[in-house]
Write a protein that binds this ligand. Structure first.
Ligand SMILES: Cc1cc2nc3c(=O)[nH]c(=O)nc-3n(C[C@H](O)[C@H](O)[C@H](O)COP(=O)(O)OP(=O)(O)OC[C@H]3O[C@@H](n4cnc5c(N)ncnc54)[C@H](O)[C@@H]3O)c2cc1C
Length: 433
């Protein structure tokens, strides 16, 4: 397996059920609590674990949530969370919980569990090519000059995978790569948290497309382990808010509580900036020839605008697709088309929830599919409805938390409620205007 991060550590758990030996090949040192991960440059940015990802992590590593909580991770509930949309506080959705921790800590807990599995070992090296013999991948070539034979190769090397080049170098077509430029900028900062159990532990401030007031930014503040707050400001294109402490405090002073108070506290580490240029996905079913015994998973297959928080949960869902594929006793000498069919459902749904709404961003240059304007108008009405209506808020949350397919937002009941509330808002607006 290539990569010992979220996807690799989860895949190891699935593979031990099917193979005698699992080898994780990873360039970074994975010993102990390793928090320094050059191979994961996004690690210091805020990372939200969506409920779908949490259930998959608990599925593959029983008691994972408890382990995370035992080390100080916090729980966001409908009582201690605040979500603002266009400056208005949204109605809470009872019964929905999210675990909040830093990404390095989450990964260290996952790593501890994965490396304790029987028959799993780690090789510190970097994969630089594939040996394809006849119709199947037989070995991976390593930067050290060595190579390793494998019955199944899983590429979990993240969004900068070279798998397309490796296939071409071996005389195979590269799966087409679709890229949609979004240029999302993050600034993330850690502050001390004097209160162990703050009244408000999670706050998200978002705006509809084109509605962010001058000088503000979409923003998150989470209580995380180690009695810390993690604060993130986001922007698009040339807008890189909060890259200095003064700039961050200036923006947060205009955001709702607890942003001003949190950011007036002690900054614990330098502010970490990060820019992700695009959302991207590879289509493994579009090539007429694809070698057997090769699985490409998680960010190496598709990675999205991180503002939607889908990455780790997508990785976990791809891993469950791999389990379903392997449990069907597939012929490994044939390309893993069934796996890619299963994975495509997850990728399409995540793309529909993130890349399609991003087409509304004025700076995004990409062809707009027919019906886009209508879909966006409906999307805006729906999200406006979620501010006050708990039923719509729940349906929307199930989709954004990756527990329901985006098409559920087109069920007749949801459409009727959305249109009814939009009509009521128009009438109220006219009467009061
Ligand atoms: C700014 C930002 C914020 C994000 N926020 C969230 C969030 O809130 N919630 C969420 O769920 N997701 C979030 N994500 C996405 C999340 O980081 C990724 O989806 C997730 O890490 C994917 O896991 P992965 O294992 O596929 O890849 P990665 O975590 O990127 O790991 C890839 C691994 O492969 C190794 N590797 C690389 N090349 C090779 C090679 N040639 N051979 C062997 N190993 C190799 C690397 O060293 C690394 O360990 C965010 C991403 C960004 C950029």
């Amino acid at each position: 397996m290539l990569g010992g991060s979220i996807a690799g550590l989860l895949t190891a758990r699935v593979l031990v059920d099917h193979f005698a030996e699992v080898l994780l090949i990873e360039p970074d040192a994975l010993d102990g609590n390793a928090q320094v991960r050059p191979g994961v440059p996004q690690a210091h940015q805020v990372h939200t674990l969506l409920p779908a990802g949490r259930s998959q992590l608990d599925r593959w590593y029983d008691g994972f949530s408890e382990d995370l909580l035992a080390g100080g991770a916090q729980v966001a509930t409908s009582v201690n969370s605040r979500v603002y949309y266009n400056g208005r506080l949204k109605v809470p959705v009872p019964g929905v919980e999210m675990l909040m921790s830093s990404r390095p800590y989450l990964e260290s807990v996952l790593r501890r569990r994965a490396l304790a599995l029987p028959r799993v070992s780690v090789l510190r090296d970097r994969v630089v090519g594939l040996d394809i013999d006849g119709s199947a991948v037989r070995a991976v070539r390593l930067a050290s000059g060595d190579s390793r034979d494998a019955d199944l190769v899983v590429d979990a090397s993240g969004r900068s995978t070279r798998v397309g080049h490796w296939l071409e170098d071996a005389g195979w077509p590269a799966p087409p790569l679709e890229r949609m430029r979004v240029d999302i900028n993050y600034s993330t900062a850690l502050f001390g948290r004097p209160e162990p159990e703050p009244e408000v532990a999670f706050t998200l401030a978002t705006w509809g497309v084109g509605r962010t007031p001058e000088g503000l930014a979409p923003a998150i503040v989470d209580a995380v382990e180690g009695d810390r707050w993690i604060v993130m400001l986001g922007g698009y294109g040339a807008d890189k808010p909060g890259r200095t402490l003064d700039a961050l405090r200036e923006v947060c002073a205009r955001l709702p509580a607890p942003f001003p108070a949190v950011t007036s506290g002690e900054l614990l580490e330098p502010i970490a900036g990060y820019t992700q240029a695009d959302s991207r996905r590879r289509d493994f079913l579009a090539v007429d020839r694809f070698p057997a015994r090769l699985i490409v998973i998680a960010d190496a297959a598709a990675s999205f605008n991180p503002i939607y928080g889908q990455g780790m949960s997508s990785a976990a869902l791809h891993v469950s697709c791999l389990s379903q594929y392997l449990c069907g006793n597939p012929d490994l000498n044939q390309p893993a088309r069934h796996f890619y069919d299963l994975q495509r459902v997850v990728i399409d749904a995540a793309w529909q929830t993130s890349a399609i709404p991003d087409l509304a961003l004025p700076h995004v240059e990409a062809p707009r599919p027919p019906g886009m304007k209508l879909a966006q108008a409906y999307g805006n009405m729906l999200v406006d409805g979620t501010v006050t209506d708990v039923h719509l808020a729940r349906s929307f949350a199930e989709v954004t938390f990756m527990r329901a397919h985006p098409n559920t937002l087109l069920h007749p009941g949801v459409v009727a409620r959305t249109l009814g509330l939009a009509a009521a808002r128009t009438i109220t607006g006219r009467v009061s205007g």
